[in-house]
Each structure stands twice: as C-alpha cells, then as structure tokens.
Write a protein that binds this ligand. Structure first.
Ligand code: PRT
Ligand code: ZN
Length: 293
C-alpha cells in the first residue's frame, strides 16, 4: 500500500469518521485555524486555507493508513496505535478520548493477583495488548477475540474475565463486573508516518505542531484581569502564579491600576481569595483561543 517517493506538499490527515473522537478532533482542527465543512458526507475533505486534506476512517484503520504512508498524520487513540503495533511516531498526546484498557472480572471473584488469572479465559477486542500484559507477568491465559459487547461474555460463560476499554466504569458496573488491573492508559494521539516525507510536508507538519501546542497551551490557561490600588501591586504580583510579569495599566481613577496576566486555569480558584485579600477587586477570568509562547 506504500505511496511512491513523496514529493507533494499537501498533508493528508486521518481522523475518525464518526465516533467518540470525531467532534473533539474536528474542534481541534477548527481551533487551530483549519477551515473545512461538510465533512460527514465525504470520505475525503479538502480544507480551504491550509494545504491539508482529511481522510475520514474507522478508528481501527487509522494506525495502518499512517504506517503505510497513505496518510501522513492521524488522530487516534493510543489503544488502537499500540494494539496494531503500528510503525509510526507519536508526535503529541492530546488529552481527550481518555480511557484505559482494563482487566475486569465478575464481582465476588477470588482474584488477588495477576497470577490468579493463570489458565483463565479472557474475552477482548485487544488481543495483542492483553497477551503482552499477561506475558509480561509470565501468566498463560486463553484469549477469546470478540469485536463488540465484550462485557457480557462472563454472563454468557464464554469467558471468566474481560479486557476492555473503561472510562467512567458505568458499563462494567451495569454488567456486574469489577475492574481489577490496568493494561494501558490511553488518550488520543497525533501520529506521523515513519516513511520519509518531502521537505515541504515536514515544514507543514512543524507549522501544524506549533499551532497544536498553542491550542493546547491555551486550553490549559486563562486570561485573568483585576483592578487594584497601586500600592498593592507588589503583594498581588507575589500571589499570581504566572511565569511572566503581569501587564499593569493605570486606570482613570487615581492610584488604581488594572492587572492583566495569564495563569494555569487550575490555579484560578486557589489564588482568587488570596488576591481579594491582598486588595484586588473585579477579578475576571476569560478563556484563551490560542497562545504562542
Ligand atoms: O466506527 P469506529 O471503528 O471508528 O468506532 P468505534 O466504535 O470502534 O470506536 P468509538 O468511537 O466507540 O471509540 C473511539 C475511541 O474512543 C476508542 O478507540 C478510545 O480511544 C476512545 N474511548 C474513550 C473509548 C471510550 N472512552 C469508551 N468508554 N472507546 C470506547 N469506550 C467504550 C468501551 O469499549 C465500553 O464499551 O465505552 C464502554 C465503557 O465506557 P464506560 O464509561 O461505561 O466505562
Ligand atoms: Zn473502531
């Protein structure tokens, strides 16, 4: 399936056509300024303002399409990348589509250790990762490969336990199963083919990554504004958890200033009360669309 020596500059990116990753991935692409529409009706979507075309695929197929160079980049769960043992480079972890591949057994089991699975039958859609996990522990299990509804196999006495993706744990709970061991922590990854790309494409990928990093940084940050008496500036600066010096703007009201800064959004509630105590008022926090440091 390999493409011949690559001289084009147009990037082809694989994304999931329809599923859990689709909306977040298209949001991210729109968020970094890539303009496209009608993506649900076509398999291939041209973008308007970036030399990029999107190929819409089942998530299971994305690692192989990228490995074989049919697509240069792909957005897909780590679970699929590592299950397919794809020869690709993971460029970024994107912190959405988070889940874990876990071993679960019916509640009221007598499992204490991984070794208690010796000789047991495990149903899974992830035979490669599951086998690797038990091999690593020196345990022999029988694997039954199932493509869907893995969680009902213990009730049907097809398997003693399962190895399946879990996010909230609700599905395990509803099926009377207990999560016991984690095989893999997963999130959506941006992957690149290991085949050689044209210098034009490599340049475009670098540009693409700068935008993704800016988008991710922005998602973690908030723009914070507050007013304060001038003589409180140094006390306030001590509290602000920012790597850079804040911007101080004088206000029409004498001896008052506006202080603007960017902070990690997880810190906002921690510092807000301290800032108020130090003399800040009218504290506002705003989302940031993109940010290049
Ligand atoms: O049609 P296509 O093949 O593209 O899609 P798909 O049906 O195979 O995959 P899809 O859209 O369900 O999931 C795409 C990706 O989302 C997965 O490969 C994971 O990387 C990621 N993801 C994140 C999940 C989950 N969370 C998840 N909870 N994928 C599946 N699940 C399923 C899990 O299999 C189980 O049935 O949800 C159930 C458990 O969820 P909780 O919340 O009850 O624990
Ligand atoms: Zn799939």
């Amino acid at each position: 399936m390999n493409r011949s020596k690559d001289s084009s500059t147009s990037l082809r990116i694989a994304i999931q056509k329809s599923g859990r990753l689709t909306e977040k991935t298209t949001d991210l692409l729109h968020g970094i300024g890539i303009d496209f529409d009608n993506y649900k009706r076509n398999l291939m979507v041209k973008t308007r303002n970036f030399d990029v075309e999107l190929l819409l695929l089942r998530d299971d197929d994305i690692p192989e399409y990228v490995q074989d160079g049919i697509c240069d980049l792909g957005f897909v769960g780590a679970n699929e990348v590592f299950e397919k043992d794809a020869d690709v480079t993971v460029l970024r972890g994107l912190n959405y589509g988070n889940c874990r591949l876990s071993i679960a057994a019916p509640k009221k089991n007598s499992i204490q250790n991984v070794s208690d699975f010796e000789g047991k039958t495990i149903a899974t859609s992830y035979p490669f990762l599951t086998k690797k996990y038990f091999n690593r522990h020196g345990i022999k299990v029988n694997l039954v490969e199932i493509s869907g509804a893995v969680e009902i196999t213990p009730q049907l006495e097809v398997a003693d336990a399962i190895s399946d993706l879990v996010s909230t744990g609700g599905t395990l709970q509803a099926n009377g199963l207990e999560e016991l061991f984690t095989v893999l922590e997963s999130e959506t990854k941006l992957i690149q083919t290991n085949l050689e790309l044209s210098p034009g494409k490599q340049k475009l990928i670098e540009k693409f990554l700068v935008r993704i990093d800016g988008y991710q940084q922005a998602a973690k940050s908030r723009y914070m504004m507050m007013n304060a008496p001038e003589d409180k500036i140094s006390a306030i600066k001590e509290i602000i958890p920012s790597m850079k010096s804040p911007t101080i703007v004088p206000l029409a009201e004498s001896d008052m200033v506006a202080i603007h800064t960017v902070i990690p959004y997880t810190q906002f509630w921690n510092v807000m009360e301290d800032l108020k105590e130090a003399g800040a008022s009218d504290i506002v926090m705003l989302p940031i669309e993109s940010m290049i440091i």
